[in-house]
Design a protein around this ligand. Sequence first.
Ligand SMILES: Cc1cc2nc3c(=O)[nH]c(=O)nc-3n(C[C@H](O)[C@H](O)[C@H](O)COP(=O)(O)OP(=O)(O)OC[C@H]3O[C@@H](n4cnc5c(N)ncnc54)[C@H](O)[C@@H]3O)c2cc1C
Length: 668
Amino acid sequence: MARVEITVAGLVPAPVAAVEVPGAPALNAKLQHLIPQRRDATSGLLAFSSGGRHSDRETVVWGGTPIAAVLDAAEGVATQLATDRTGKPERPVWTVPAWRTSMGEATRRLLVRHRLRHQRPGLSFRPLGFSFYLGIRCKRANARIRTRSRRLAGLMDTAGGNSEYDLAIIGGGVNGCGIARDAAGRGWRVFLCDQADLASGTSSASTKLIHGGLRYLEHYEFRLVHEALMEREVLWGIAPHIVWPLRFILPHHKKLRPAWLLRLGLYIYDHLGGRKHLSPTRSLRLQDGPSRSVLKPEFTRGFEYSDCWVEDSRLVVLNARDAAEHGATIAPRTACVSAERDNGTWWITLRDETTGGQRRIRAQALVNAAGPWVADVAGSVVRANLPAAVRLVQGSHVVVPRLYEHDSCYIFQNADERIFFLIPYERDFTLIGTTDLDFEGDPADVRASPAEIEYLCHSASAYLRKPVTPDMVVWTYSGVRPLVDDGSSAAQEATRDYVLKLDAPADGPALLSVFGGKITTYRRLAESALAQLQPHLPVVSGQAAGWTARAALPGGDFPMNGFDAQVAAALARYPFVAPSTLRRLVRAYGTDVHELLGDATCSANLGAVFGADLTEAELRYLVRWEWARSAEDVVWRRSKLGLRLSTDQIAGIDAAIRQMVPERLAVS
Ligand SMILES: Cc1cc2nc3c(=O)[nH]c(=O)nc-3n(C[C@H](O)[C@H](O)[C@H](O)COP(=O)(O)OP(=O)(O)OC[C@H]3O[C@@H](n4cnc5c(N)ncnc54)[C@H](O)[C@@H]3O)c2cc1C
């Protein structure tokens, strides 16, 4: 067994990565031959060693060789070895896109600082006939042994045999992926599947606010509002690329809630949630500021307060990616078709929605995080009684060309006691939403009805100088809220709090079902879920509970007010990319923009442009690192470029992805 260890020389005493190749001859020589000698990079020194044991290792130091180059070379070796063994060219199959980061947080931060962490989110190959894996060397020997055995489990999984996990999660929305990230970081072996794309359910159809929910104060939901308010700055801190603060203008409507009540609510809102960085509430004379040209003249008085925006579907994908970097297996386009308790374990049958093939895995505990499908999964997959009643509530949004120039949002009250938002959206548009309607049917089929579109346009026009009409609408989207049925008469009054139901029979494995919740509270929901599941999971060594509040999501390793500096740095390195494109890319990928653009020195290096500013380089990145497999995944979830692309351009993207997937990445 030849072992190659990768060390950041002089900085981390222990190797940070290891590659093991059974029977590899003259591995070091091969790697030396394959790794380009580069002294221009900023990633620090890499010491590279190989040999059967530490004692007889040879060390070669390349100044400034990026770890990506080392890992590329490792992949080259794997290909070559597979070819040697089988006699025909074999590319290693990428299986688990995950760094195995059960190492200490200090090392992890160091990797982030040196931009090594996302260069290769985990290598796990299984070329025919033998296994090859890269795992982060753990601080503790027992953890190291465990990491290796987990890798092997992952390899069995991709090979189509049975695999063993501590925790299996049904549903790749924000709640499923949030639980997966937390659990994987805590050291459990995690499997997550989604029947479609990640975030293809409710988690890409929200209003995209990280907010306490001013309106929930009226329902005395102080626990929910407090927890949600606290999360605003936590999420902004761990993902400052996809989360940012917004100011909301709340006009006083003389026929609706009195001004003193609004002020009181905002006072509580300001003081309930540990606000440190967000600006406080202030009163406004609406006809003296930028709102004068937007609002009808009768709206003279109002208030302005803070909440945050989040790119909802990107939040989901980044949680999934971080889970994978901590060793989780993420399986989009994989439906869970049945789950049975047998002999103290879950036997879970999965169907690959691309090939139709089925396989089984085992898990010690199961989470039903199927969002609006939670009842279907309980009934037809787990075949258990539904532990809580669910109320499905449809909400729709419309997108129109930008209605006003300034950056603040509006929160308007309606005569039906509902509130709705106008939010500057994707630079050139305004988002208006939402509605609350009881829903029946398959949540995958939810669409904005003409009546909802009319309702939103009509409601906005009641406040705006220039009316909004349905013919201005360029796009709509809808989602289904999976709420706990608390017996409220009106859909908008049903609680937005989450409820977790644990079913843990003495002689059987545990099942946790997730009801309700908000994007805002997904991280706290994950912590509560794991607190309930912990007694039913094996004892492992990993991060302590609460770690997700401090660790940056991929690309989010920069200060919460550092976005402009990131854009400036990207502009300095890639002056040939349009500033508006770089802004968009830094918003989407944060510091990983450097991974995406790599060593490009001119536009031609980024490959074909598919329309808007989507390049081949970005598409490749999304296919390779974010499980994108169709144009829809790219233009409506990983980005919102669909707003700027024609049907033909979107078809071109689909064709390009179809070529890329088998070419470079056989399996997700
Ligand atoms: C209109 C609207 C506006 C909202 N606005 C906000 C907001 O501004 N702020 C906020 O904090 N919250 C908001 N929310 C709430 C928030 O969006 C949801 O609470 C959250 O997205 C629910 O996430 P989830 O993971 O539970 O469900 P989902 O995102 O729906 O994920 C469930 C997943 O399970 C998968 N699945 C189902 N069955 C199976 C199976 N058998 N096998 C495998 N996979 C399966 C589905 O494909 C789906 O992807 C809003 C919701 C709506 C509808």
